[in-house]
Design a protein around this ligand. Structure first.
Ligand code: DUC
Ligand code: ZN
Ligand code: ZN
Ligand code: ZN
Length: 485
């Protein structure tokens, strides 16, 4: 078996920075130290050697709003690798009435062409006995321990509160983690209809239809329901102070709640929707929408203080042609933006490059925290002996301007077009295989493998002052009055 050594770099993990070589054998890290030798040497002089990025939130080839998102597992994972991300976690979506394993079969088929490792979250898009029953096997046999619920997309993906309560209860029992897309779908539907009736048909109306309050309300609601059943909770795409505040407060109360901002919300703002060019604005339509600077500051503060835990992309790429389904009616613009290739360079540039994040904090929010929350640490998210050799060698001096013309993604534009980034991969390794070398792609289609994840370790499920009521029992009373009827 041939060995590879990454030489002369500075290893950066979520908690340590030190100079060392990293030896790789058979896809895993076998030694970390000074003066190591291998059959193949990769020079990392002047570079940081860190765990490859993990993107916990992607939608590849996703059937959505009358079409499919245009990056599939091949182009999506190629884009990921190009930007230093070595694992993606995608959402398997059952159709209404469809069993969870039938949905997983479709996602298994789509993912055979993946260039890097991947895992799935299961979406709970409807509720019934079959979902209840399938959940156990999904957790225990398929190694999927995270289940997403959409509180938005009324009439399509949305689940109601009774379904949410039932699903969260079941997941608490199984040691799985519920996730929520937290926007109040009923209110969004009302606001959308009102805006359209008043003649607001353009992409800017999308932002007006989903104000921060709909996100704050749904986040609080999901946190309270999770707390009542003793489940942890992962809140995807926290985009504003209202939902961040809910997550922050829950964490201060000792609740196991995690918040995930997106690189788009951290770096792009709502002024994009007021661009005179319809295509420009529509290409940036996603849910939740981009927000103002006050919300962006809140998200950065959350990453700095630890009240927000991870940075994702919600990569869901639609071409300009697909976006134009919504000409004359903003509610028909397919929701979604790309970001897989740009998350790491954008966060390094705007986070580490500005002093908002240390390199160690950067590793935590792009990789290690995610691996821990999703239960695949230290196989993923670590530079440790025995960990998978999913490694990003980042050159802090290397720079570029982001353009659609040079991207891996299959779509015809990039929402970060023209942004100057500094801090780019020199090498990206997926289980020891060099997939990116000095900007050149060497990825291998089909190399990616499914990563199974364990259920959560047992923890104290009595998460709040409610704990006395988690085991209700009738009280033996004397002197019960006669019924009034
Ligand atoms: N938001 C998007 O913008 N696209 C996919 C799904 C979602 O929640
Ligand atoms: Zn979502
Ligand atoms: Zn999403
Ligand atoms: Zn420069």
């Amino acid at each position: 078996m041939s060995t590879t050594v990454i030489k002369n770099g500075t290893v950066v993990t979520a908690d340590l920075t030190y100079e060392a070589d990293v030896l790789i054998e058979n896809g895993t890290i076998t030694e970390i130290g000074k003066g190591l030798k291998g059959d193949k040497e990769l020079d990392a002089t002047g570079c940081y050697v860190m765990p490859g990025g993990i993107d916990p939130h992607t939608h590849l080839e996703m059937p959505f709003m009358g079409t499919y998102s245009s990056d599939d597992f091949e182009s999506g994972t190629r884009a990921a690798l190009a930007g230093g991300t070595t694992m993606v976690v995608d959402f398997a979506l059952p159709n209404p009435g469809e069993g969870l394993f039938d949905a997983l079969k479709r996602w298994d088929n789509k993912s055979t062409r993946a260039n890097c490792d991947y895992s799935f979250h299961m979406a709970v898009t409807w509720w019934g006995e079959q979902v209840f029953n399938d959940m156990e096997k999904v957790v225990r046999e398929r190694g999927i321990n995270t289940f997403k619920h959409f509180l938005a997309y009324k009439g399509a993906l949305m689940v109601n509160d009774d379904e949410l309560y039932a699903s969260f209860s079941r997941l608490a029992e199984l040691g799985a983690t519920p996730m929520v897309h937290a926007e109040n779908g009923d209110v969004v539907a009302e606001l959308s209809a009102k805006l359209l009736a008043e003649g607001n048909t353009g992409p800017e109306a999308h932002a007006y239809s989903r104000p921060p309050q709909v996100e704050g309300e749904a986040t609080n609601r999901a946190i309270m329901i999770a707390d009542m059943v003793g489940a942890p909770l992962y809140v995807v795409h926290v985009s504003c102070e209202e939902s961040h505040e809910a997550v922050r407060r829950a964490r201060m109360q000792g609740k196991r709640v995690w918040g995930e901002p997106l690189i788009q919300h951290l770096t792009l703002d709502e002024s994009e929707y007021f661009n005179k060019d319809w295509d420009h604005a529509a290409r940036r339509v996603m849910s939740p929408p981009f927000r103002n600077k006050m919300h962006q500051d809140s998200l950065w503060n959350g990453l700095q203080s630890g009240s927000l835990s991870v940075v994702a992309t919600d990569h869901c790429a639609f071409t300009t042609e697909q976006k134009r389904y919504g000409v004359g009616d903003f509610t028909k613009i397919p929701n979604g933006t790309g970001g897989l290739e740009d998350r790491i360079p954008m966060l390094w540039t705007h986070g580490v490059g500005t002093g908002r994040l240390t390199p160690n904090e950067f590793v935590a929010v792009t990789s290690t925290n995610i691996a821990k929350i999703l239960n695949c640490y230290p196989k993923k998210g670590a530079i440790l002996v025995g960990a998978d050799a999913d490694i990003l060698v980042l050159d802090p001096e290397k720079e570029k301007t982001i353009t659609a013309a040079s991207q891996q993604s299959a779509i015809d534009y990039n929402v970060f077009e023209g942004q100057h980034v500094k801090g780019l991969p020199r090498y990206v390794l997926t289980r020891g295989q060099v997939a990116v070398m000095d900007g050149e792609m060497r990825n291998e289609e089909g190399h990616g493998k499914f990563v199974a994840r364990e259920p959560n370790a047992p923890v104290n499920r009595a998460l709040s002052q409610w704990k006395d009521l988690t085991a209700p029992r009738p009280i033996e009373r004397t002197g019960i009055p006669a019924s009034g009827v």
